[in-house]
Design a protein around this ligand. Structure first.
Ligand code: HEM
Length: 137
């Protein structure tokens, strides 16, 4: 509607901090139960990892920059190098994040905009390629 304030970021458009809290919270609930993902996480308490994920996603989609204030530049590729992430881990990560987006009721049109970026990031975090390189799909 003319005159309605337009959200200035994806962060605002999908509901701001509470939505990202739901996404990260649900994602880490799933990680805690996932036999592929859980062994990768070094800390017994997943709470700090959940906070880092929430703050990163908020920052990535135009919200406050608390992630970088706390952690510095994301440099996610470098931060994932110490983990063995091959296709099964990537698929499990994307599957858990997809369920988290469902359960947080992220608006479908914004989700369609966000999802390719997440898939792309997940490809970039894949640290272990099979011989002959990664398949293209
Ligand atoms: C492809 C599958 C992936 C796996 C198996 C994976 C696994 C992990 C693990 C084990 C950690 C360490 C937990 C911690 O101490 O924070 C971590 C950290 C993190 N991951 Fe991933 N990750 C994946 C993809 C991604 C993607 C696509 C993103 C971006 C949306 C992401 C964002 C982060 C962030 C922000 C941190 C915390 C970095 C820091 O500040 O130290 N990860 N990940």
């Amino acid at each position: 509607m003319p005159g309605d304030p337009q959200p200035s970021s994806v962060y605002e458009a999908i509901g701001g901090e509470p939505t990202f809290r739901r996404i990260a919270g649900r994602f880490y609930e799933l990680v805690a139960e996932d036999e592929i993902l859980r062994p990768l996480y070094p800390e017994g308490d997943l709470g700090p990892a959940e906070e880092r994920m929430r703050l990163f996603l908020i920052q990535q989609w135009g919200g406050p920059g608390d992630y970088s204030a706390m952690r510095g530049p994301p440099k996610l590729g470098a931060r994932h190098l110490k983990f063995r992430i091959a296709r099964p881990q990537r698929d499990a990560w994307l599957n858990a994040m997809s369920i988290a987006f469902d359960d947080a009721e992220v608006d479908a049109s914004y989700r369609a905009q966000m999802w390719p970026a997440l898939e792309n990031l997940a490809w970039n975090m894949t640290t272990h390629a099979p011989p002959g390189g990664l398949p293209k799909t």
